[in-house]
Design a protein around this ligand. Structure first.
Ligand SMILES: [Zn+2]
Ligand SMILES: [Zn+2]
Length: 258
């Protein structure tokens, strides 16, 4: 399995690690979230993505989904499948593909080569997608949100964003015998603990508290750092002095051998 954080912005010297919005590419054909997916690479690269798993409907996680669906459209019999909880799919229908923000690709798909398929994927469910076993697990954010546990013959990787302090995902992680890595959000610096609390996000201090719930000693990659506060969050993560914790970089291919 390989996982790549897609960049949000370019600098003349190349992609930066800012994650203004979130998308993760898994093995080239699966994306988790579509905050930046529709602005990634060439249409040929986007066309390889056949499945999009949506954690939740905040705009930094779905902003470029309509653009991506358009870019990936080949007018063939196969189309992109968007997996999400019923809450997520209802929001996409009512608030995005509603003929106001964007054409209703869901309705159009009933009358012509389809743009997309919606697939209800509730927390607690597991499914096979392109050789990967994917399990959705409920986490604690201000809207219903799923973490995803990804497993192939090389082991399991857990992607947890966005969430405040939570329990079920660590209970599940501690049951595993093949956990290779965790991607975990840390959004605000410690001085913004109030805002982190009401918006159900983590600070470096509460991130460290979450890691105490995980019994496996595996690499943990920090994701979802707010752009404006990024350096403060990075400094506070470094102060945790935990050798297993690293801040994830965009376009680095994180891989685990099968
Ligand atoms: Zn969110
Ligand atoms: Zn977010």
């Amino acid at each position: 399995m390989k996982i790549t954080l897609l960049p949000s912005t370019l600098h003349p010297s190349g992609a930066t690690d800012f994650q203004y919005a979130s998308s993760y590419l898994v093995n080239d054909s699966i994306a988790i979230d579509a905050g930046t997916l529709g602005f990634y690479g060439s249409v040929q690269q986007q066309e390889k993505v056949r499945h999009v798993l949506i954690t939740h409907t905040h705009i930094d996680h779905i902003a470029t989904l309509p653009i991506f669906i358009e870019n990936a459209y080949t007018a063939g019999p196969e189309c992109v499948t968007v997996h999400g909880s019923q809450t997520v799919l209802d929001c996409l229908q009512n608030d995005v593909f509603n003929n106001r923000l964007w054409p209703d690709f869901i309705e159009l798909s009933k009358h012509m080569p389809p743009f997309l398929k919606l697939s209800v994927f509730e927390p607690g469910e597991t499914r096979e997608i392109d050789g990967l076993r994917v399990e959705a697990i409920a986490i604690d954010h201000v809207v219903p949100t799923s973490a995803f546990l990804l497993t192939d013959s090389g082991g399991s990787v857990l992607l947890v964003t966005d969430t405040g302090p939570t329990e079920a995902v660590w209970f599940r992680a501690n049951q595993l015998t093949d956990l290779r890595a965790v991607f975990l959000e840390v959004t605000f610096p410690n001085s913004m603990g109030y805002l982190a609390g009401v918006s159900r996000h983590l600070t470096p201090d509460s991130f460290a508290g979450e890691l105490l719930k995980l019994k496996h000693k595996v690499p943990v990659y920090a994701i979802h750092l707010k752009g404006r506060m990024r350096q403060r969050v990075v400094d506070e993560i470094v102060e945790l002095d935990n050798p297993l914790v690293k801040v994830a970089e965009t376009l680095t291919q994180y891989g685990w051998k099968t």
